[in-house]
Ligand binder design. Structure first.
Ligand code: GRF
Length: 217
């Protein structure tokens, strides 16, 4: 294995996806190393967990900055000082400027709890239930300036049950998120998820071993 990719995880809240990435990255053969956890919210529960577990953390409270660009300058300087090569957004609730996104083009990924391009934005699970879809899921994608858009790296499906509420559906999807995100970051960090014409090509080596996931239903 080559050198591990120095990866930052950006969060705004609970941080359960962050935990799944940190735990996966403990494996010797994992191609990403988590060198920084950043939050725009000082009280994010995920920050406390990261501190307890000895990770480097930085809180950049967006409320202390006059503009999105100023906030991003502070964030960029934290990323630079930790030599970050890849960013994984994990429940990070700030939109980034097109300049920041372009700077990190194909080096910044996000997880969203729907089968994109369906149900972008907030209240994703409510949207899925209101639409009456029978299959929901999650998506890991490269970040582009438009919200919840960008080349899809990995997706996984879960059934929507007739008794589901937004909360029960969210919980079922979250369990799958915790498997998909570490698998997707592994591909990206190993250089096995290339963007070609805005679609992700997974290296043949991965496909030949049966692909990433077996169906969950
Ligand atoms: C997850 O559902 C993620 O897909 C979405 O925000 C939620 C964050 O949860 N982007 P957590 O903070 O990772 O627990």
């Amino acid at each position: 294995m080559g050198k591990k990719k120095r990866t930052a995880i950006l969060i705004s809240g609970r941080g359960s996806n962050m935990r799944s990435l940190v735990e996966a990255a403990r494996a010797d053969d994992y191609p990403a190393e988590i060198v920084l956890v950043g939050s725009n919210r000082p009280n994010a529960a995920g920050v406390a967990w990261a501190v307890e577990h000895g990770l480097s953390t930085v809180v950049i409270d967006h409320k202390s900055y006059g503009s999105r660009a100023d906030f991003e300058r502070a964030l960029q300087s934290a990323l630079d000082s930790h030599g970050v090569e890849l960013i994984a957004l994990a429940g990070f609730m700030r939109l980034m400027t097109p300049e920041f996104v372009e700077h990190w083009r194909d080096r910044m990924i996000n997880i969203h709890p729907s089968l994109l391009p369906s149900f972008k934005g907030l209240n994703t699970h409510e949207q899925a239930i209101a639409a009456g879809v029978k299959i929901a899921g999650c998506t890991v994608h490269y970040v582009r300036p438009e919200m919840d858009a960008g080349p899809i790296i990995a997706q996984a499906a879960v059934p929507v049950l007739s008794r589901d509420t937004a909360d029960t559906l969210a919980a079922r999807i979250l369990k799958v998120e915790h498997r998909v995100y570490p698998a997707a970051l592994r591909l990206v960090a190993a250089g096995k998820a290339a963007c070609v014409d805005e679609k992700v090509i997974i290296s043949s080596e991965v496909m030949e071993t049966g692909g990433l996931f077996s169906p969950t239903i």
